[in-house]
Design a protein around this ligand. Structure first.
Ligand SMILES: [Zn+2]
Length: 416
């Protein structure tokens, strides 16, 4: 996921449906010429509220549907528009678990009509908070149909507002590290541990979310990625406009049932505004945290024998503070440039779908026949239902890859 060598550095932001993957590369791309520096670089940012106006609503992110009756903190689509004088692009990060492509496509089309930014230059993603509104059918949750069009409209309106707020700006980027909040969630186990798979028809090689502190933990099944890549935009007078960061952390959680929350992604936005002394600037500063390659990374230290007892939302604050502090320390050392060239390209790729084989499908159908009508609580029945649904998928799906160049910084994304 996160590839490295001596001259090339890569970070990825997940693009939910399902997210995006961003890669920062700091070598070999073009730099500004004398002619270029005569042009004006502009930026604008706006966080538009996407909290639903009607409750209860479905919230996905668990093994079964979850009806919520309010929001602990607001959900946002955080929009950043950059303009080098000839090329404009927009980056949007939404407080949502998973966003199907058709919502982003509708939003990007509308934003292009309103701003002239080509759809190919608009990169949209979800944070993957597990406490937002269901817009993709996941684990026994069904999409909130009205909210889907509301969300597309809001994303487009957020891009349009950020576009209208463009002002002469400087841009910089850098890399921080916070290894204290990222842990592998899939572990090799010692002999004696029963590695059943979700359908109990084979043996998994690793256990996801193993028992914390177990003597049977052998070793994590991969590396973690502690890097925080970030892009910073400031006004000509030094006033912060936006900071877009990327960290490979699934989400944090610790949110009481019945409430929506932007999780640590929203809290990071507040914390970084405080660190940059940008809580009261006009136009409002926009902090943005996007999700990296966090498939095998979460915030649970499985090797630890014990964990501190936390109040609801407390762990979110701990993580957001730690990541914002690390980002701020690195931010203080970066150079903001007067002008850099922008470029954005996208393409479609066809990916194979790993569908259940005949034996798995027959076993899944048998499990569901025995279980009767859902909703299901037993893990085997939940996965059996997913297997039956997955069997009806096409053999391949077409997905969008996108790359953005900001000076000699490269940002690459892919859905997951
Ligand atoms: Zn998840």
């Amino acid at each position: 996921m996160n590839t490295r060598n001596q001259s090339f550095r890569t970070v990825a932001i997940r693009q939910c449906l399902l997210a995006f993957a961003i890669a920062w590369s700091l070598a070999g791309l073009t730099s500004a010429s004398a002619d270029d520096t005569a042009r004006t670089f502009k930026a604008g940012a706006f966080a538009i509220d996407i909290t639903p106006t009607k409750f209860p609503v479905s919230s996905n992110g668990n093994m079964s549907d979850h009806q919520v009756t309010g929001a602990h903190d607001p959900l946002h689509a955080r929009c950043l528009v950059l303009d080098d004088g000839s090329t404009k692009l927009a980056i949007v990060v939404c407080d949502s678990c998973m966003i199907p492509r058709e919502i982003f496509d509708a939003a990007r089309q509308k934003a292009e009509t309103e701003t002239g930014i080509p759809t190919s230059n608009i990169l949209c993603s979800a944070t993957h908070t597990h406490s937002a509104v269901t817009v993709a059918g996941v684990f026994q949750s069904e999409p909130e149909v009205e909210y889907r069009s509301f969300l597309a409209d809001r994303i487009a309106a957020g891009i349009a507002q950020a576009h209208s707020q463009r002002e002469p700006a400087k841009i910089g980027w850098g890399s921080a590290s916070d290894p204290t909040q990222v842990f592998n969630r899939r572990w090799f186990m010692k002999s004696g541990y029963d590695l059943a798979d979700p359908l109990d028809i084979g043996k998994d090689r690793v256990r996801m979310n193993p028992p914390r502190g177990s003597d049977l933990l052998d070793k994590p099944s991969g590396p973690i990625d502690p890097e925080i890549g970030f892009v910073s935009v400031i006004a000509r007078d030094g006033r912060p406009i936006a900071l877009l960061a990327n960290y490979s952390l699934h989400y944090v959680g610790g949110i009481p049932g019945g409430l929506l929350s932007a999780d640590y992604f929203g809290e990071f936005a507040q914390r970084i505004a405080q660190r940059l002394k940008a809580t009261n600037v006009k136009p409002a500063f926009v902090g943005i945290m996007s999700n990296g390659t966090s498939g095998n990374i979460n915030n649970v230290d499985f090797a630890a024998k014990s964990a501190p007892k936390r109040e609801p939302f407390e762990q979110i604050q701990v993580v957001a503070t730690s990541v914002a502090d690390a980002t701020f320390r690195a931010w203080q050392k970066i150079e903001h440039r007067d002008w850099v060239p922008l470029k954005s390209v996208d393409t479609e790729v066809e990916l194979g779908v790993r569908r259940p084989d005949a034996e798995e499908l027959a076993h899944a159908k048998q499990l569901l026949a025995e279980a009767g009508a859902g909703p299901y609580r037993d893990r085997r029945h939940v996965y059996a239902r997913e297997s039956v649904l997955l069997a009806d998928y096409p053999a391949t799906v077409t997905t969008r890859l996108q790359a953005i160049q900001i000076g000699d910084l490269g940002i690459v994304s892919s859905p997951c």
